[in-house]
Design a protein around this ligand. Structure first.
Ligand SMILES: [Ca+2]
Ligand SMILES: [Ca+2]
Length: 395
């Protein structure tokens, strides 16, 4: 009888769409970091791998989508202010240290996920971003610190650098390739691996989505725009002022936009999610208090962000109770077994108590139904290299 009532209740919830319960929301992760976290990085070719850089220059790594973390450079002689993932090679990272035993503005490379580091060279100035080519090992773009940030290029893992001589105060260099090699910095683009640059765009390009057709994004106070013709023309996504955009490297439909510098810290942070490639956005800031300074998406419907130096997770995969990588009837079956139980009961299943109130009831069912049909992809990441491009590895 209990099962019968439950089924009717579940059916009602799922069909009538009255699933108004809050989704999971952002929650601080359990891991303790030795100092505030500066930023996060995913390796798009290694599902589950996430790196964090702290204010003290420590590199931490996770191989389970940010659930557990371990320090990697345990006795750092150098304090990194920048970290970058070289996705052209497994477990390869770059670090930048303003000061180190090897001198100022030093570039370091690790081939074992941040455990051991080798001095690679020095840059002509302080760097504020490094962009390793996702296709050609050792080819780097970098931007020097503001004001008047200029673009540098290295084709030998940061040993030697060339100043390209173009400036952009706000943009970071990015790589983009689909049918044709492209890289962008501010309003400039290059199609010869960064050797020569041409001014093309009227908007500073903030991010790129590896997809077909190729999509570039520009984020500004005027709103969010995208381009499908490599920056020649731009189309508005919305007219909301934003200054940050975070893409899912393996799913071009999932886009986060937000504001990292709010004028008043008493305002709720601005973070919005699109799961339809930017057609529509919904607020995605439940559980956040401070402006978000960085976000990564290590898998579909799985988000990590940094606010005030702390790492928060928005992990909807918890609803996938039977680990089928999709929220569906299998999970409903698991929840139904525990339905009606309370903490301490033999049937009580903590994993199914989504709102952690010690009872598995309609509220948990409502959360499950609000996530109904979500798919989580882990094993088959799409990478830039999966798309047609000029012959790989040739310059
Ligand atoms: Ca499932
Ligand atoms: Ca509950």
């Amino acid at each position: 009888m209990k099962r019968c009532l439950f089924s009717i209740f579940a059916l009602l919830l799922l069909i009538s769409g009255i699933a108004s319960a809050m989704p999971f929301g952002w929650r601080p992760i359990d891991a303790v970091f030795p100092s505030p976290v500066r930023d996060l990085h995913v390796d798009p070719r290694s599902p589950g791998v996430v790196y964090a850089l702290t204010d003290s220059g420590l590199v931490l790594g996770s191989t389970d989508f940010g659930t557990t973390w371990e320090p990697r450079n345990t006795s750092p002689q150098t304090v990194f202010s920048l970290l970058a993932v070289d996705s052209s090679r497994k477990e390869t990272l770059y670090g930048f240290a303003p000061d180190s035993p090897e001198g100022s503005n030093s570039i370091w490379i690790s081939g074992d996920a941040g455990r051991n580091w080798t001095f690679a060279g020095s840059s002509p100035g302080t760097l504020r971003s490094i962009a390793p080519s996702p296709f050609i090992p050792g080819l780097l773009l970098a931007a020097t610190g503001a004001p008047g940030s200029t673009l540098l290029i290295s084709d030998d893992e940061g040993h030697s650098w060339t100043d390209i001589g173009i400036q952009s105060d706000s943009a970071s260099p990015i790589w983009h390739s689909t049918a044709q090699w492209m890289s962008f910095f501010g309003v400039h683009f290059s199609d010869d691996y960064g050797k020569t640059w041409t001014e093309r765009s009227r908007k500073e390009i903030s991010a790129c989505g590896f997809q077909i057709p190729p999509k570039l994004f520009s984020v500004s106070k005027a709103g969010v725009f995208y381009s499908l013709d490599q920056g020649r023309s731009w189309w508005p996504i919305n007219q909301i002022a934003n200054d940050t955009i975070f893409l899912n490297p393996n799913n071009p439909d999932q886009i986060l936009i937000g504001t990292s510098n709010q004028e008043s810290t008493s305002d709720p942070p601005i973070l919005r999610l699109s799961v339809d490639g930017g057609k529509t956005f919904n607020d995605w800031n439940s559980g956040l208090v401070h402006p978000v300074t960085d976000c990564v998406m290590p898998a579909d419907w799985m988000f990590l962000c940094v606010q005030s130096g702390k790492v928060y997770a928005y992990n909807e995969t918890r609803a996938d109770l039977d680990s089928s990588r999709r929220v569906d009837g299998g999970d409903l079956a698991v929840l139904s077994i525990a339905f009606g139980s309370r903490s301490g009961d033999p049937l009580y299943a903590p994993d199914a108590d989504f709102n952690a109130d010690g009872a598995i009831d309609g509220s948990d069912l409502a959360i499950l139904s609000s996530l109904w049909g979500h798919r989580f992809y882990y094993d088959e990441p799409k990478t830039p290299g999966d798309f047609p491009m000029n012959p790989a590895g040739t310059k």
